[in-house]
Ligand binder design. Sequence first.
Ligand SMILES: [Zn+2]
Ligand SMILES: [Zn+2]
Length: 775
Amino acid sequence: MDHMIYEITIYGIVQGVGFRPFIHNLADSLDIKGQVYNTTEGVTILADFADVSILDLFISKIKEDRPKASFIEEIKFKKTGYLKFDDFRIIESKRSGETFQLISPDIATCSACLEDICKDYQRRYDYAFTNCTNCGPRFTIINNMPYDRPNTTMSSFKMCRDCLSEYNDSKDRRFHAQPNACPVCGPRLMLLDKDNNTLDCKNPLLECAGLLKDGKIVAIKSLGGFQIAVNATDDDAVSTLRERKKRPFKPFALMIKDISSAKRLFKISKTQQESILSSRAPIVLLDKKHKGYISELVSGYSDCEGVMMPYTPLHHILFKYIDFPLVMTSANIAEEPIVSENEEAFKKLKGICDYFLVHDRKISSKYDDSLLMIFDDKEMLLRRARGYAPYPLKLKDKLTNKVVFGAGANEKNTFCFLMQKYAIVSQHIGDLENYDTAAFYKDTMDKYMDIFNIPDIDCIVHDIHPDYYSTKFAKEMDSKIKIELSHHKAHILSVIAENALECDLIGFSWDGTGLGEDGKIWGSEVFLVNKDLGFTRAAHLSEFLMPGGTVSIQRPYRMALSLLYDQYIKRIGSNTNSFSSFIYESFPFFTKVVTEKEIELILKQLQTGFNTPATTSMGRLFDSVSSLLDLTHTASYEGEAAVHLQMHASADCLKSYDIKTLIKDSEIVIDVNDLIGKIIYDLIKGIDSALISAKFHNTVSELIYHLSKIFRDNYNICNVALSGGVFQNRIILEKSFALLREGGFNVYSNFRVPVNDGGISLGQAYYGLKFLEKY
Ligand SMILES: [Zn+2]
Ligand SMILES: [Zn+2]
């Protein structure tokens, strides 16, 4: 007799993650007959339940036991008629519906594959490209859709008989595992010296381990590009790397053998452990337990370190042969994109690396390692790339049938497509000032349009800055509607989008740089935002000057001198004493930092305003204070001075400075000069700079609370959004969240997209969507 058949469709990331074999096994175990197949929308099951009560059990088991790397968005089921099945089968894929298929990001080596590479009787023993349907490369090897082997960079490797039989066996873990490979048929490793000579060795990974032990610097071709590895416990090796890479202070990421080794060195909470061991295998910021073992040179000023676990078989095997942590940093020159192909590596990394561990599988998409911290018991992404992008962010149930494009910021760029109910934010692209990064931006965008089958863009949103590459690019693109949006509004919109907020709110958009709507450089903007996304600029720092423009971003002492000039005018009142002698006498350390000639030049710039824009940037205020406290005067990377200031803050000081505000054009203006005056007074009194730094951080956090209270009292708004690079500062983030929550506010920030400029594209795209809804 024919039975009533149920059609069950599962939406989400359910392809390329071992979903069909999982369903097959589950159906067998419950004695369900029928079939399962991939569609263009997801996975569909036709199931014959001899007993209908099993339906609930079946669906709950799908949800509970789903493959680790899958993501279930929704399960729909309906009765579909009478049919008869003799068994349960996986059948060929079918086309269905209009939607696009979500694609899995790359997945860290699963435990079963790890066993394969560790057991010497397995045919994949020590094989660096082992993978299965539960793990392995995905987006980094996909050239086109559908996700089948010929459309990946594995197409040039023909599967051997053993691999092919696994690939075709629906009960095998490698059934339809597109990158399936073994030592007989798959990609191979090679070790080369810096002159491109192949080293004659049986086991390149064993050899590579030996080189690392000897303190050599090795470029390793990984999933999304090259990494540079060096023994993290070897001061000389790390300092050579810093010297050659011209990267004096910016922290390096670490890769550590396993979680128990990591626990000996770092404090690791349950959530941090879950994150670091997840199939996304990000770099997680961890607090050091004790100093001494890992070279102090790895993390610069920071008391925390970015740590990741081995995430490919290559890394796992390498760590079989070494017992020390490795510095594992993205191989790139300055702010250029990560180096991804062998030739490029030899060209660009020759002066940095002694050896090259390469392989012959091409990388289709460049991906950096993702970086995050755990805050409020959640992952807070700081750089969103491998393992995360282009995993979609589901915004709301029903969004739009239009396609909106957010072109992104100039630095830490990502772009974003908003379509149907998803926001697809690209992987971290980088700083678009750079020619290679701009090319990477364009290539990646073309690729997303292909892979996600995006026909036309209905609306483009870009920054108001006319000279940004992303702005120029957006202006040349095809689209009926183009909208410009200022940087700091986009920050707040990214919080609104991510949290699906539909309420009035107070938005703190605090960072280093962004062009404001008045043509000045903003960075401490507080907005009142209504439900319809109407923005009012309600508060900001008083304006101060950036002598020499962008050069003062790299030289925080120029910002300090700019603010000291105001004190000089106030205190000296006349030119009885020259500015430079005022500086040198009040702060003798400046004699080592800046020449008299440069001080006079800065003075001239401040007096004439030549190439000296006004700013309300919170980032520049942090820079100034860092220099005033004799911490960082010249920044080798963006944010260095602020990081140094944060790390210098004494942990148990609860004091703060009183803030003076004034009202100007119905905006609250925070008096920067008054605050700097108070800091200088403390310095003159001989107060320890660690205490001053703590007081400064407390002041900034309390300011957020104080302003929020004013706006709540006046406008009855109790939702607060925090966005911008300032909120990467843990002290500010933790204190302002705590104060606001204690004070009864609902506090929101960015967790799934970076709180820094990496989240701007989402805010832009969301604004475009709302615009389309209105008109
Ligand atoms: Zn696996
Ligand atoms: Zn094979």
